[in-house]
Design a protein around this ligand. Structure first.
Ligand code: UD1
Length: 424
């Protein structure tokens, strides 16, 4: 299994191109099921997860063509050949559950495996299923599968989510676009990826208003057409490289980044003493050798601090001159990176959903184990700042969400390489 070796201590300097957002791309891919005409997605991230989603779509009858040089994916669902997404596919990637809504809306029925638990907590899909039920679907759980049917079509409904869920908001939107009548989603998630999905669906002929606010209204249409859409810049990739530049010290331009999608992160980074500036081509992040200041923060739904940047920010604060408190309010069990960071000499005490990080002057390289996508990259960030060599094991987690990670960092002067063979 591949590993990544980093010799820490090299400052980062240069330009890092920011690609399309994985979390948006996966839902945009699912949207292709809604129309018999082609959906062309530009600025597509080429990742294990987006490749996997494309394979799942192909198994449902979608014609898939990657135009790699153009970073474009063309999806054509002229006919739906299958409405079944089996366990082996959904268990590998939770977002594949998102084919349920589009299949239900277009064909009237679907059988999709429940995603099951994952490393960062239970992550149920009850809100997704309640939304489909509100739209008139019959939902049964049978031997681990969700069997959904709306043979006379979905009906518009008013749905108030009891708490904010990105996935449920997107999934309800993906079904409501073809429902009969108006659907109103209250207490909707406001993440930029939701506005991106709505923008693409509207290009396909959907009538969605309010995406990006707490209330989204969707007037159902009889059918959708093809469209061409560029995936929004990945704010988590942006934030990750911003934190890497801060931890390793240096001066990096994140090209193509959308600064406005990360105000909560910039607030924390500036409080820590990092210089962050919006520039015409993206965002520039600079830090000199002075120690960062400690900062307290908690994760929240957008526009609050993203849970997907919590681990990476913790890596930076491990080097702070004082004590930081971090509260994780979105997922339980999302501090699995803490014991691994401790292996590098960090001082972190976790109590329930709160971590107290007492900064140290230096981290020291060590072998560590990646546990999930964002946790893995926090170990890379810590490794870039640490003295000596850090080897990150189980890097397949990184390949799910970061395209050309080692190349992008190496181009800025990081001493980082992928080890293809185990060295023992
Ligand atoms: C998405 C992102 C993930 C990010 C998360 C929060 C994708 C592919 N993933 O995940 O990277 O960390 O948003 O920003 O876009 N919940 C329920 N019932 C449900 C749905 C969710 O209880 O039916 C709970 C979850 O367990 C979690 C909370 O709601 O505690 C928020 O989850 P949600 O916003 O739905 O996250 P995802 O869409 O799964």
């Amino acid at each position: 299994m591949d590993r990544i070796a980093i010799t820490g201590g090299a400052p980062l300097a240069g330009t890092i191109p920011i690609y399309g957002a994985k979390n948006s791309a996966l839902k945009l891919q699912a949207a292709a099921l809604l129309s018999p005409e082609p959906l062309v997605l530009e600025n597509m991230p080429d990742l294990a997860d987006t490749r996997f989603m494309a394979q799942l779509l192909a198994s449902l009858g979608v014609e898939v063509a990657w135009i790699k040089e153009a970073r474009t994916l063309r999806l054509h669902a002229a006919d739906i050949a299958s409405t079944i997404a089996p366990y082996d596919q959904v268990r590998k990637m939770r977002a594949s559950f998102n084919v349920l809504g589009p299949l239900l809306a277009r064909v009237g029925h679907a059988t999709v495996s429940l995603p099951g638990g994952c490393a960062i907590g239970a992550r149920p899909v009850d809100l997704h299923l309640k939304a489909f039920e509100a739209m008139g679907a019959d939902i049964h759980i049978d031997r681990g599968y969700v069997k959904a049917a709306a043979l006379r079509g979905l009906k518009g409904a008013e749905i108030e989510f009891p708490f904010v869920s990105v996935g449920a908001t997107e999934h309800a939107m993906l079904a409501a676009v073809l429902a009969d009548g108006e659907t109103v989603l209250k207490n909707a998630a406001r993440e930029p990826e939701i506005a991106d999905l709505a923008e693409c669906l509207n290009k396909m002929g959907a009538r969605i208003e309010g995406a990006g606010s707490h209330e989204i209204s969707i007037r159902g249409v009889a059918s959708l057409k093809g469209a061409r859409h560029a995936v929004v810049a990945d704010r988590i990739e942006t934030g990750t490289y911003a934190l890497a530049a801060a931890a390793a010290t240096g001066d990096v331009l994140l090209e193509g980044a959308n600064a406005h999608h990360l105000d909560a992160l910039w607030g924390v980074m500036r409080a820590a003493g990092v210089d962050v500036q919006e520039e015409p081509r993206g965002v520039r992040v600079r830090r000199n050798g002075r120690r960062v200041a400690p900062v307290d923060f908690e994760t929240e739904p957008y526009p609050g601090f993203p849970t997907d940047l919590q681990a990476q920010t913790m890596a930076l604060l491990c080097l702070a001159d004082g004590r930081s408190r971090i509260r994780e309010t979105i997922f339980e069990n999302r501090f699995m990176h803490a014991p691994e960071l401790t292996r590098l000499g960090a001082q972190i005490a976790v109590h329930g959903n709160e971590a107290v990080v007492t900064g140290v002057e230096h981290l020291i390289g060590a072998p560590v184990m990646a546990t999930d996508l964002r946790a893995s990259v926090s170990l890379v960030i810590a490794g870039l700042a640490a003295q000596g060599e850090t080897v990150v094991n189980r890097v397949y987690h990184l390949d799910r969400g970061f395209e050309r990670l080692e190349a992008k960092l190496a181009d800025c002067g990081a001493r980082i390489e992928r080890l293809k063979e185990p060295r023992e």
